[in-house]
Ligand binder design. Sequence first.
Ligand code: UDP
Length: 247
Amino acid sequence: MSTDQYVHILDIPFINTTKEQFIAQQVLPALSQNIPLHIVTANPEIVMEAHQNPRYHQIVKEADYVVPDGIGVIMASKLVNNRLSERIPGIELFERMLEIAHDHNKSVYFLGAKEEVVEQAVTNIQYQYPGLDVAGYHHGYIDIHDQAVFDEIQTEEPDFIFVALGFPKQDEWIHHYKGIVGKGILMGVGGSFDVMAGESKRAPKAWIKLNLEWLYRLIKQPSRLIRVLKLPLFLIKVLWGKYIKKG
Ligand code: UDP
């Protein structure tokens, strides 16, 4: 592949690809060979957290792939003159993987969110993908080293494990799990179970097209303001990093 396969933003290596290329070139081969993969769908908040938290930074850097989730990451890639091909929203990658699991008879485990939320999400997903092999599910209010949950998942050996614990917890859990088990496509999916359960909604398509999904979420959940305010800080840090390197 070209030398532009990765775009580094605040020392996080983003794979420069499209959703469908990523599925075809990274996910499907790993799935067929039972190679475990840790995928991080990183938005600016995740990059900022990694920038401030050395342990999390290490975990994200050790993940197999970091894909750009959020228009802020695409804007940052333009600032470093190395534009990423497209934004790959975590929820869309999640839905695509559910489709693949369904079509290829692969098993799926869901870890995270509140008990009633994950239960409803699994019910809705089973309705949407009839016959999907659900290896199990568990709520996310656990210690990341909870051995019982760990053992349950390990016994099932699922092909896909979707972890909705919010960051950095979800990636810490995946990092720990992947270091011990031999297989599984592992991805942190943040608030996606809430969306699947119908507890929260994605923005209307027109807003998504206009890259205004962040604004829609802010209107629905004003408590996200602190998180949104991190975006300008993130872009300033990216610019600062660019000029410091040149200087
Ligand atoms: N959550 C969890 N365990 C925790 C903390 C959070 O299972 O200890 C769940 C929470 O219920 C929600 C998800 O993690 O379903 C995080 O959602 P958030 O909106 O923070 O994620 P985002 O998509 O913004 O990264």
